[in-house]
Design a protein around this ligand. Structure first.
Ligand SMILES: Cc1cc2nc3c(=O)[nH]c(=O)nc-3n(C[C@H](O)[C@H](O)[C@H](O)COP(=O)(O)OP(=O)(O)OC[C@H]3O[C@@H](n4cnc5c(N)ncnc54)[C@H](O)[C@@H]3O)c2cc1C
Length: 398
């Protein structure tokens, strides 16, 4: 089966709309909220209502819910919600990734719910803004080391533990919390639970001050004997069923984070190209890089690297749309796009003299770093890729 990686005609309007939002809404307020860390960007309310409206009218891939996997018969070739979400997220992040991460009801927790919730849960949590809380003070890359516990008590689970670095944790309505049903059983007992704000025992402890994505809030959360309905466990409660349920979320969210990285990198490349053009350096795409100026050759090399990351990301999303296992491709896309974004944005600062606040280039270089860290660092993605290619288990290759 061949994969056509052109933007499908029916998504072109959506991509164009995302570009207009990036240009007309995000870019003008980008610097303001980078400076005003922790202040909620109120301009996002109107936009979020618009996205809700598009979702309700059944338009595909207009937000985090676009990553729900379809139950197709597997025969037809689909360009579905994954591909359109990746394309529109990339375009929106060309405007400002921190503002995209601050969009109400478009959290990574929403993507997690869309990935693993049953239909009843999907309907119940339809209008919540959900963050995702995996990381703890003693557990980052090694998510099997989670210490937050969930103990069944009648029709409820009782949660205890602390979560750190939760994107949108301060502003969201609910959090998808990873907790273990039995710490002695390792990965298999880790499940995800939806905990709504206002539940007794659930507190937001503090917000971080950060290098980049400063418009996005990053919170520390605490759960002290926090009781939630047993029906808030996402997926199966069976502790023999393995890590697969929660890990499936990553196959859907890693291409999304790759798309964010691509959006930021593209912003930097576009800006650098126009700075170079203003300085009299025009890139000629019909001639080899070696016969052009050094600056043009660097730009060409960066664009080629970006293109590789872009195609890998589209492939991962397309495979998800077509019900194909895509863990390998999702990690490849996340690793490649995260690396490209950090390298390209920093190089663009250098090439286009974008070191001061007079240019957004310095901001993009700061914003890009997190995209190579959260949802699994560069090193962890490479580890997953190596395991998959070599046929090794997580016990064989650590
Ligand atoms: C701004 C921000 C927002 C975030 N948002 C969220 C969120 O919404 N939800 C959430 O749950 N988490 C979030 N995180 C946490 C993020 O996912 C973790 O920081 C990340 O997983 C890395 O974990 P760690 O910081 O504990 O680093 P560690 O796991 O301690 O890793 C430190 C370094 O060692 C490397 N390393 C670790 N293990 C290996 C290995 N086996 N082989 C090779 N190298 C290895 C890592 O790649 C890294 O470079 C966020 C973090 C930040 C900074």
């Amino acid at each position: 089966m061949t994969i056509n990686l052109e933007v499908p005609a029916r998504f072109k309007l959506l991509v164009e709309q995302a570009h207009q939002v990036a240009l007309g809404v995000f870019r003008p307020i980008s610097r303001k909220y980078d400076r005003a860390e922790h202040e909620y960007p109120k301009e996002l309310d109107m936009l979020a209502a618009l996205v809700d409206g598009m979702n309700e009218s059944g338009e595909q891939g207009t937000g985090a819910r676009g990553v729900r996997r379809a139950n197709g018969n597997g025969d037809e070739v689909r360009n579905g919600g994954h591909l359109s979400t990746v394309l529109s997220v990339m375009e929106a992040c060309w405007g400002d990734v921190a503002l995209v991460l601050s969009m109400p009801r478009q959290g990574l927790g929403n993507a997690a719910i869309a990935s693993v919730a049953d239909d009843e849960q999907l309907a119940r949590f339809d209008h919540v803004w959900a963050a995702m809380a995996i990381t703890e003070p003693g557990c980052g890359s090694d998510s099997a080391a989670i210490r937050t516990t969930a103990v069944r008590d009648g029709d409820e689970y009782v949660l205890n533990g602390e979560k750190i670095f939760v994107t949108a944790g301060g502003r969201c309505d609910a959090v998808v919390v990873w907790a273990t049903l039995d710490p002695s059983r390792g990965r298999a007992a880790i499940k995800s639970f939806v905990v709504e704000k206002g539940t007794p025992g659930f507190t937001v402890e503090r917000l971080e001050h950060k290098l980049g994505i400063r418009a996005s809030d990053t919170a520390t959360l605490r759960f002290d004997n926090c009781r939630i309905p047993a029906t808030n466990l996402l997926g199966s409660p069976d502790v023999t069923e393995g890590f697969a349920g929660v890990m499936q979320t990553f196959d859907n969210t890693r291409p999304l984070v790759a798309a964010m990285a691509l959006g930021v990198a593209k912003a930097a490349l576009d800006e650098t190209r126009s700075v170079l053009e203003a300085a009299g350096v025009t890139v000629d795409y019909d001639r080899p890089a070696r016969v052009q100026s050094a600056a043009a050759a660097v730009l060409l090399a960066m664009e080629a690297d970006w293109e590789a990351a872009y195609l890998t990301t589209l492939e991962a999303a397309w495979m998800a749309d077509n019900g194909k296992p895509n863990s390998l491709q999702a990690s490849m896309a996340k690793a490649k796009a995260g690396r490209v974004a950090t390298e390209v944005t920093l190089r663009c600062v250098e090439l286009a003299g974008g070191y001061t606040e007079s240019s957004l280039l310095e901001k993009w270089a700061r914003d890009a770093k997190i995209l190579d860290i959260f949802e699994g660092t560069q090193q962890i993605q490479q580890l997953i890729v190596a395991r998959r290619l070599l046929g090794k288990s997580s016990a064989d290759l650590k």
